[in-house]
Design a protein around this ligand. Structure first.
Ligand SMILES: Cc1ncc(COP(=O)(O)O)c(C=O)c1O
Length: 404
């Protein structure tokens, strides 16, 4: 027989699994985080203990008052699929350790890559890694010596340039937060990074091809907008890119860690970033070694609702942004930076009370704070289908009152 504890830990315990599900749906009250140095309590009590703190005190991304960050509420099918992924623990590093998993990922990529005019790519844990992978590929294929991006580009872009030993130049943005293409300068040996949905205000750089050997579009946030028939035009031109980054764990409503790095010519790109090793059944493509089954929740979501289903969630969230924008406009003490819902990232503020003060005094609501041109702004991101713009506006006004 097995040593003590093996059976209990590794064989399926239907009752324990059911308990886990029940606790997830109906969390007990906060009991504080467990003391990990105390004697072990067994799996069911461990779940009970953790549920008391982890489940009941986590930030509720699906609460009506949460209109804050790019982290989405997730559809329940992904909760199940993510659990399957943990149970199977496939390694997509090579074919031997996850043939079906790899085939499913190929199918996911096969459905998603054409949305942005790309012919393939692979999954990575986030767009930070997607941006790095794309710029690494640009360096390998074209020997670029620097990266050029707008001053509103995500921090992962200069970080990638730094890691790759490439020069970095940032280009001024215009009044709408988009790269000023007149300031682009000489990019003959550069990779130009255009952002589709800047982090602070959701701006989309002009998606026109500059005279650079490599153009990467960082569509971490706004990429999925492309599948919306109503809003997809905001990404017109994206298919001129050599590579595109999209975070599935943002607007594709996936659990972390899930993102796509996509290429127009995937065969060349993947060859440039592949390394063989004696113990691998095929060359290792990209940055990651062992990596998991993010394709499974994504595939489950696509099969369940289709791309049009996901687009309808995004459309709904854009409608919530619009409602927030209208609410801001209708109140004298509130102002928005720019106008319209943009790509669902709204920068706004109270005219009398500093945004950080507002944030500190918020009750039962969440908005983020960002700095744009040296000024603090509240930021609301349309990633929660249950967000209630009226509730959030009322909470901000109440916070302003309370702070006086
Ligand atoms: C424009 C942009 N690019 C890249 C990233 C990094 O993506 P991730 O958080 O998936 O690594 C973000 C994250 O907010 C972003 O807003």
């Amino acid at each position: 027989m097995y040593p003590y504890g093996i059976e209990e830990a590794f064989a399926a315990d239907a009752g324990g699994l059911e308990l886990g599900m029940r606790l997830m749906l109906d969390p007990p009250r906060d009991r504080g985080l467990p003391d990990l140095g105390a004697p072990p309590v067994g799996p069911r009590e461990s779940l009970n203990e953790l549920a008391g703190s982890v489940l009941s005190t986590a930030t509720r991304l699906d609460a009506p008052g949460f209109f804050a960050h790019m982290d989405p509420a997730t559809p329940w099918i992904t909760w199940v699929a993510a659990q399957w992924a943990a149970r199977l623990n496939q390694n997509l590093l090579h074919e031997d350790t996850g043939a079906t998993a790899r085939e499913l990922e190929r199918r996911v990529i096969g459905v998603l890559a054409p949305i942005w005019g790309m012919d393939g790519g692979h999954l990575v844990p986030g767009s930070t890694v997607a941006n790095l992978t794309a710029l690494w590929t640009a360096r390998s294929v074209h020997g670029i010596d620097r990266v050029v991006a707008s001053d509103a580009a995500h921090v992962s872009v200069p970080k990638a340039a730094n890691l790759l030993g490439l020069g970095y130049r940032s280009v001024r943005t215009d009044a709408l937060g988009r790269m000023d293409m007149n300031e682009l300068g000489d990019v003959a040996s550069a990779a130009v990074v255009l952002t589709a949905g800047t982090t602070s205000r959701g701006a989309v750089d002009p998606l026109e091809r500059p005279a650079a050997p490599w153009v990467h579009v960082d569509a971490a946030w706004a990429g999925p907008l492309r599948i919306s028939t109503k809003w997809g035009h905001l990404l017109d031109g994206v298919d001129m890119a050599d590579s595109v980054a999209v975070s599935a764990h943002k607007w594709l409503h996936q659990p972390k860690e899930s993102a796509l790095v996509l290429f127009r010519d995937t065969r060349t790109a993947h060859e440039a970033i592949s390394f063989g090793a004696s113990y691998l059944s095929d060359p290792n493509v990209g940055l990651l070694g062992s990596h998991g089954y993010a394709a499974l929740p994504l595939a489950a979501t696509i099969r369940a609702y289709g791309l049009q289903g996901i687009a309808s969630w995004i459309d709904h969230e854009m409608a919530l942004s619009l409602k927030l924008v209208d609410g801001i406009a209708s109140h004298q003490r509130l102002e928005q930076l720019g106008s319209g819902p943009g790509t669902g990232v709204i920068a706004w503020r109270h005219t009398n009370v500093p945004s950080r003060t507002i944030q500190r005094h918020l009750v039962d609501a969440f908005v983020s704070v960002t700095v744009i041109d040296d000024e603090d702004w509240l930021r609301s991101v349309a990633a929660n289908p249950f967000a209630d713009p009226d509730h959030v506006i009322a909470a901000v006004l109440a916070a302003a009152e309370r702070s006086n």
